[in-house]
Design a protein around this ligand. Structure first.
Ligand code: ADP
Length: 169
């Protein structure tokens, strides 16, 4: 059984992420979407909330599992018996960092390979950070976010705005 892992911050999950999830779920027997702790980022949703939002938008995909971890990706993959890491590649800006991560993960866990799925053109410019900027304005977010989570995102951004919080990733 070929098991792949799609790691990320997913703060929140966007239509770009969901497109990669659907395509990867078609390729592998099982796909684990794993919300990772990233000390360098200041998420607006907790790990549990990001996990719940992902579960909500993938409930029609039977071979997709949502999980979270604070482990090193290479160690998590070994423990879960995953052979492949799936990454989405937007433009050249993603490439250098992802290439470096792929080499490091392979060095730590030689059984682990990274596969890149290129973003579809309509999602090429889409990132969770952009969404967090946009969500505080009166903009239709349906092209960017799964409809089921739009109220949650708007609500969180607006409550942060009234508390004077930052929306930067
Ligand atoms: P971001 O906060 O930049 O959206 P994440 O850490 O949540 O990033 O992203 C997880 C993975 O999803 C990464 O491999 C990233 O390159 C990929 N990804 C993010 N947005 C898109 C998109 N719009 N299209 C394709 N892949 C994407």
């Amino acid at each position: 059984m070929k098991i792949a892992i799609y790691p990320g911050s997913f703060d929140p999950v966007t239509n770009g992420h969901l497109n990669i999830i659907r395509r990867a779920a078609n390729i592998f027997d099982r796909l684990i979407v794993c919300v990772m702790v990233n000390a360098g980022k200041h998420p607006i949703f907790s790990l549990e909330e990001r996990t719940e939002l992902l579960r909500r938008v993938t409930e029609d995909l039977p071979n997709v599992e949502i999980d979270s971890t604070d482990e090193l990706l290479a160690a998590y993959a070994k423990r879960r018996d995953c052979q492949v890491v799936v990454k989405g590649l937007r433009a050249t800006s993603d490439f250098e960092n992802e290439f470096q991560m792929a080499l490091i993960n392979h060095k730590i866990n030689p059984d682990l390979d990274t596969m890149f799925l290129t973003s579809e053109h309509q999602y090429m410019y889409l990132s969770s950070s952009t969404i967090k900027e946009l969500a505080s304005y009166d903009v239709d977010l349906r092209d960017f976010l799964p409809e089921a989570i739009i109220p949650d995102v708007k609500k969180r951004i607006n409550s942060m705005k009234t508390q004077g919080g930052t929306t930067h990733a």
